[in-house]
Design a protein around this ligand. Structure first.
Ligand SMILES: NC(=O)c1ccc[n+]([C@@H]2O[C@H](COP(=O)([O-])OP(=O)(O)OC[C@H]3O[C@@H](n4cnc5c(N)ncnc54)[C@H](OP(=O)(O)O)[C@@H]3O)[C@@H](O)[C@H]2O)c1
Length: 253
């Protein structure tokens, strides 16, 4: 019997990551997801996956604490062993993240360092630390943002870090090809989640502006994104490598 594939999704407790987790489960892929503080929501997502007949587990991970990554890698290895009876996995989805609207002139070193750790440094080194556990024909998807292509006031530090992982992804695609591992970027446009203090959901005016910027006349929903990530990891997408796929309804096209 062919062993079932396993996806690790950081920030899978809610929002886009939760939809990615469910999308993988619908494709018969086992899931390990991470949360930072919302253990209850993470467990709820695990339950929804298990209700589909797919194995799942959740682990705590704080990308802001770079020095916790080694401990996380060990815990992840342990859970592969105990819950999935294997030592390797297939798909790494670097999705976890947070947002804050801060004008360039007000960005402090502390804010800069927080975004650097969560959105770039920890993504870079978590990928490095987990690489030797990835199977051939594996796939990495790094979640970026539409705001690397167009500018959104107050997003200078956030989008700069996301720009960093877009460049990083091209290098992954180049250097991991010999291991038969692909790497791509998914760049969502504005999606109505808890992101950035639920900026879109809690601000109808902003939501209307962003909807009007989008040819399809609305902002995104989590289920616009997860299925694309799961597709990119599937055999149907086996020739897509080193690409940035914007999933935004064509905002600012
Ligand atoms: N929503 C959008 O409009 C949008 C647009 C473009 C790109 N994105 C990107 O999409 C990704 C997911 O965003 P989302 O909208 O799903 O946000 P969300 O609903 O706020 O969910 C964020 C997820 O990341 C986890 N997380 C937050 N801070 C973390 C940290 N320091 N360490 C580890 N995990 C952490 C959260 O865990 P807890 O539940 O435990 O807090 C949660 O699972 C982010 O990378 C974001 O930059 C979002």
């Amino acid at each position: 019997m062919i062993p079932q594939k396993i996806a690790l999704i950081t920030g899978g407790s809610r929002g886009l990551g939760k939809d990615m987790a469910l999308s993988f489960a619908r494709r018969n892929v086992n899931v390990v997801l991470t949360y930072n503080t919302n253990e209850d929501q993470a467990r709820q997502t695990v339950k929804e996956i298990e209700d589909l007949g797919i194995k799942a587990a959740c682990l705590q991970l704080d990308m802001a604490h770079f020095h916790s990554l080694d401990g996380f890698a060990q815990t992840f290895s342990d859970i592969l062993d105990t819950r999935f009876q294997c030592s390797t996995f297939d798909y790494l989805i670097n999705n976890a993240g947070m947002g804050q609207t801060v004008p360039f002139t007000e960005v402090t070193e502390a804010i800069f360092d927080q975004f650097l750790n969560v959105h770039f440094k920890s993504v870079y080194f978590l990928t490095q630390k987990l690489l030797n556990s990835m199977n051939a024909e594996g796939c990495i998807v790094n979640i970026s943002t539409g705001t690397t292509r167009f500018s959104n006031p107050g997003y200078s530090v956030y989008a700069s870090m996301k720009g960093g992982i877009e460049v990083f992804t091209k290098y992954l695609a180049k250097e991991l090809g010999t291991r038969n591992i692909r790497a791509n970027v998914v760049a969502p446009g504005p999606v109505e989640t808890d992101f950035n203090n639920a900026a879109i959901r809690s601000n109808p005016q902003l939501k209307a502006v962003m909807s009007n910027m989008t040819p399809l006349g609305r902002v995104g929903a989590p289920d616009d994104i997860g299925s694309v990530v799961a597709f990119l990891c599937s055999p149907e997408a086996k020739w897509i490598n080193g690409q940035r796929l914007e999933v935004s309804g064509g905002i600012n096209v």
